[in-house]
Design a binder for this molecule. Structure first.
Ligand code: TEU
Ligand code: CA
Length: 555
């Protein structure tokens, strides 16, 4: 396999709006990010992914872009962005941006021009279609609820949007549109960007006949993503995109791709795949409800273990996936994947170890490194997220009480990950001197960076050691290229695996249960490399206390 510059890197996702506010307006900003580069460097981060910072009306928190060439005023200026790039480079760190090109904002100049002339050239940057017998062109439900087709005022046409109605989908069949997008991508790469995280990219290929589909809800609509699943031809678009942009710059790209079949993996992340890597969402998809969050199934330990193990086995002969336990669309991993008794510092370390040492590119989401958890939500009015509001409405329509719908949203809301970063035990967790745009998690006096800096056994100190181990001279190659092999597969409550390279073997073993576990070694251990319980010696047996994880080199 040809080695790539990004194979052995560790990435960190920043959600700029909630990271650090330096001017008291309650919104995180670029200055805040610049001031924390040393913090991230010390953590061991190489690549920083910024969620969107482009000019936007923020209907979907910047995933609705009004100008691809401008920085949102809320976050700062282009000069500050250039400074961020330069400061990152000085520290040998790479910046990647979010690339949201399936759709733009309805405030984008292209869409405004399309509205002004629904039969003109700019309408063809989007999907403008006539209705059918007084109805929209098809019966698709958007991701955020309601029909995907919105009437174009003053015309008999509708425009298509898979997300909010303020996020019209871009017409990738139009070569003019593609050219504009490629020019924009190259403009950012020329500035010195290392690459992109690419949003909702599988959605760019539509079935241009927009056929009606069998409804899958009481609203008579069918989930729009089923149309995307049924259509062929996305590969050609993705290759065109890559060849006109990323390939020429050796850029690192991570695709947000759901639901591709194992047979498609080589096309996506093989040696000459469309992307460098794609996120592994297999554990997260375990809580996909049939209709929404209100019927999301709980995740059992065994299902979680199987999802991760299967995914590692599937991917390792093809390429690299990007491993996450959470991101800005998902609840906090500690609250979601750990049983109640493990939702503490030991559990956070255990989950982090299992995730970061998998084969693939680890992505750490802001606050994960201090063990941040879901917030307690007292009323639906406390949520800001467009998707959460829609899910609350759906839950109520399905017959859940206010309290039940609130409980569902509290468990699944995207705002759980978007509460401000907890820097210290000070008003608003040290995130802002003003009023934060979204409330701070009540647990900030206990979980915060400053406090954990002062505690040698904190989650933060542990994450530093964990990443340092992964990147250490002695183990870097093994953790990057070593094969993944499941270990102690039949032991209840145990998640364990080996990483193996050229006859060397490291074991990662964790006990997610409540009782101490004693097992005969499959392969005896010789040296403990990392432990969340201060274990330094390998015993005669494999012994794991409740919530214990350790990493050992085997004989
Ligand atoms: O997410 C795409 C996506 O499929 C998610 O919308 C998912 O269905 C949703 O989060 C469930 O609540 C990307 C971004 O990560 C997300 O933040 C954006 O809202 C979305 O695209 C639209 O740009
Ligand atoms: Ca600010």
């Amino acid at each position: 396999m040809e080695k790539k510059w990004w194979h052995d890197k560790v990435a960190y996702q920043i959600y700029p709006k909630s990271f650090l506010d330096t001017n008291g307006d309650g919104i995180g900003d670029l200055r805040g990010i610049i001031s924390k580069l040393d913090y991230l460097k010390k953590l061991g981060i190489d690549i920083i992914w910024l969620s969107p910072i482009y000019k936007s009306p923020f209907v979907d928190q910047g995933y609705d872009i009004a100008d691809y060439y401008a920085i949102a005023e809320e976050f700062g200026t282009m000069e500050e962005f250039d400074e961020l790039l330069a400061e990152a480079k000085k520290r040998d760190m790479h910046i990647i941006m979010d690339l949201v090109i399936n759709h733009c904002s309805d405030k984008h100049e292209w869409f405004q021009k399309a509205l002004a002339d629904p039969d003109g050239a700019f309408a063809d940057y989007f999907y403008f279609r006539k209705g059918k017998n007084g109805n929209p062109p098809s019966n698709y439900r958007s991701y955020f609820g309601g029909n995907c087709w919105e009437p174009v005022p003053g015309s008999d046409k509708y425009y298509f949007h898979m997300f909010a109605k303020e996020q019209p989908d871009l017409n990738w069949e139009n070569p003019k549109l593609r050219e504009e997008i490629y020019r924009m991508i190259n403009w950012w790469l020329d500035k010195g960007l290392a690459g992109f995280r690419i949003d909702a990219i599988i959605n760019i290929k539509k079935d241009l006949a927009f056929p009606d589909m069998e409804p899958d809800g009481d609203d008579g609509l069918a989930s729009c993503w089923r149309m995307v699943e049924n259509v062929e031809g996305v590969d050609a678009l993705l290759e065109d995109l890559k060849n006109h942009t990323f390939a020429k710059k050796d850029a690192f790209t991570v695709g947000e791709v759901f639901n591709i079949g194992v047979e498609d993996l080589p096309d996506f992340i093989g040696e000459n795949g469309h992307f460098s890597t794609i996120f592994d969402f297999s554990a997260h998809m375990l809580s996909d409800g049939k209709h929404g969050w209100y019927d999301a199934p709980p995740i059992s330990f065994d299902a979680w273990k199987k999802a991760i193990t299967d995914s590692q086995m599937r991917v390792q002969n093809v390429g690299f996936e990007a491993n996450i336990i959470e991101n800005h669309d998902e609840p906090r991993g500690v609250s979601r994947f750990l049983p109640d008794y493990a939702q503490n510092a030991d559990g956070a370390k255990m989950l982090g170890t299992v995730s970061v040492l998998l084969r693939g590119i680890p992505f750490i989401y802001q606050g994960q490194e201090i063990g941040m958890q879901n917030a307690r939500w007292n009323s639906v009015d406390e949520f800001d997220d467009i998707s959460t509001k829609d899910q609350y409405r759906m839950a109520r329509e399905a017959g859940l009480s206010d309290a039940e719908a609130l409980a569902v949203c509290s468990a699944m809301s995207r705002d759980n990950a978007r509460t401000p970063m907890q820097w210290k035990d000070a008003p608003q967790a040290g995130f802002t001197s003003g009023t934060p745009w979204l409330k701070v998690n009540d647990n900030y006096p206990v979980i915060n960076v400053e406090k954990e800096e002062g505690q040698p056994d904190s989650v933060l100190h542990y994450y530093r050691k964990l990443i340092a181990l992964r990147k250490s001279g002695e183990y870097r190659e093994l953790f990057t290229y070593g094969k993944f092999e499941p270990a102690y597969e039949n032991a209840d409550h145990v998640m364990a695996y080996y990483r193996i390279l050229q006859g060397r073997r490291v074991l990662v073993a964790a006990n997610f249960g409540t009782d101490t576990i004693e097992l005969d070694w499959e392969v005896p251990a010789k040296k403990v490399l990392l432990s969340n319980k201060k274990r330094t010696n390998a015993e005669n047996k494999l012994i794991l206390e409740k919530c214990e994880v350790f990493v050992t080199e085997c004989k």
